[in-house]
Structure formats: structure tokens, C-alpha cells
Design a protein. Structure first.
Length: 218
């Protein structure tokens, strides 16, 4: 495992990672550390062969979590299907998103893998739809954070306190353009299980849904 700072003199962390990856091959885990918002470099880091991005300052719990995730992903890699092989036929997801274009794209991506998708234009509508659903009706909820009438954090927290039998166990996945640690912590505090940065990467979305719907039930 190799930890590399992003902002360094002479050669930055991405170029360092790119060169190291070309030498060590795919087996070594490379983690980039930065005190800056890393959303802008996420795609470039992936192309450079970086496995994980971490925010500084780093704490013991964050390091343990990152190492566990990095090593755990390697163990699960063989069990995960390729992106084109995902099949969610018969599964239903609730998508809460106020932007019509984002909704249209997400629905297309989800339906292409077999999902039945119900949409909500704000957190209040998502709360209403879930509260009226029978147990097990939804396999997961994709929840945008910034929405009118009721934001995603409030909606998620309210869903967790509903009397529905699966209110405490339904996977709720946050979607937001902000990927700061503070936003991720707020999502967790509201009862969300995972976090997807916008613009949504289809492969990561499928993988996250697969992990919560199939892997968690094993």
C-alpha cells in the first residue's frame, strides 16, 4: 500500500501515482491524500491508477476505514460482475432528485440494468412515497442532498424514524456535488449508508447498489 500527498513540489501526487502504477502493476493499493476538495481530480486520479482519495487531516479511524475498504475491495473484486454484466431485474429503487435532466439520465441508467424506478422531485415526496410503501417494496433509495421543500438529509432522517418495518434497514445512498468530509459526515448522521459524488459515475452507482442489495444480504 502506498500513500501519496497530492500537492508536492517538483512532481505532484497524481504524476507520482501514475509513474509508480506503471512500475508496480495493478496489485499495489495507491491512496492519494489531500487537504483540498478532491472532486476536481477524481477522474484524473482514477486514470492515474489511484484506488482511493483521502482528506487531510487524517485520523486513526479514517485510516483504518480506508485501509479496510481498499483491502476489502480487492477481496470482493473477483465476486463483483463487470459493469456491463449488472442485472437488477425485479429490483425497485426510489430516486429523489429535483433536477429534471439529472432525473432523466439517472432513470435511463437504472432502467438499462433492469431497475424499476419511482421518482420524487423533493425530499417531502420521497418521504411520502416510502411511508406508503409495503415492507420490502423498495430495495434502495438514491437521495439528492439539495432539494426544495425538504432536503435529502432531512428526508433521510425522517425516513429512518418512520414506523415502516424496513425504515431502519433500507439502503439510502446520498448524491451530491459536494464530497467534503463534512458533507459525508452529515449524510451518515442523517442515516445514509453511502455517498455518490456528482456527476454520478454509472459504474460506481451500479457497484454501490450491487453491494447493498446483493452483497449485504449474503
Amino acid at each position: 500500500m502506498i500513500l501519496i500527498d497530492w500537492k508536492m513540489p517538483e512532481m505532484d501526487g497524481l504524476e507520482t501515482a501514475r509513474r509508480i502504477r506503471s512500475i508496480v502493476g495493478p496489485e499495489v493499493t495507491i491512496i492519494i491524500m489531500t487537504a483540498y476538495d478532491w472532486v476536481s481530480i477524481e477522474h484524473e486520479a482514477k486514470l492515474a491508477g489511484v484506488n482511493l482519495l483521502m482528506s487531510k487531516p487524517m485520523f486513526k479511524s479514517a485510516l483504518v476505514s480506508a485501509f479496510t475498504k481498499a483491502l476489502g475491495e480487492k477481496e470482493e473484486e473477483a465476486r463483483r460482475p463487470d459493469t456491463e454484466d449488472y442485472d437488477f431485474t425485479g429490483r425497485r429503487v426510489l430516486l429523489a432528485e429535483d433536477n429534471a435532466i439529472n432525473t432523466e439520465v439517472a432513470v435511463m441508467l437504472l432502467e438499462s440494468k433492469g431497475f424499476v424506478v419511482d421518482t420524487a422531485e423533493n425530499g417531502l415526496r420521497a418521504l411520502e412515497l416510502f411511508s406508503k410503501s409495503p415492507t420490502g417494496y423498495y430495495d434502495a433509495i438514491l437521495m439528492d442532498i439539495r432539494m426544495p421543500l425538504m432536503d435529502g438529509l432531512t428526508a433521510a432522517a425522517n425516513i429512518r424514524h418512520l414506523s415502516n418495518q424496513d425504515a431502519g434497514t433500507i439502503p439510502i445512498i446520498a448524491m451530491t456535488a459536494n464530497a467534503f468530509d463534512e458533507d459525508i459526515e452529515k449524510s451518515r448522521a442523517a442515516g445514509m449508508d453511502a455517498h455518490l459524488a456528482k456527476p454520478i459515475d454509472p459504474g460506481r452507482m451500479y457497484q454501490t447498489l450491487y453491494d447493498f442489495i446483493y452483497m449485504a444480504s449474503e
